[in-house]
Write a protein of this length. Structure first.
Length: 94
């Protein structure tokens, strides 16, 4: 069990100002977390592959297929200020 002094020490390191009720609540919550970590440490995980996600992720985006782009002249015709074959934009300090 994590005691009050340990919670206050961690709070000081994290620069947290906790009132008495929060200190007591955190002592219980941190103790519960450490109990769970201890139980995980008891498991035989030697043959379990490391993973960054518990479920398989799927890419929901469409396949990236190359295709012809719009003609440059047509796109530049829509630009408010085209110059030298590109879009003119304000300089960062302007």
């Amino acid at each position: 069990m994590i005691d009050r002094e340990q919670v206050l020490h961690v709070a000081r390191l994290a620069r947290l100002g906790l009132n008495d009720a929060e200190v007591e609540k955190m002592a219980g919550e941190l103790s519960t977390i450490l109990d769970h970590i201890e139980k995980i440490g008891e498991l035989d995980l030697e043959h379990v592959e490391p993973t960054s996600h518990v479920i398989q992720l799927e890419n929901v985006l469409r396949e990236d297929v190359p295709r012809p782009s719009w003609p440059r002249d047509r796109m530049l015709a829509e630009a408010p200020d085209a110059a030298e074959g590109g879009f003119r934009v304000p300089s960062p300090g302007a």
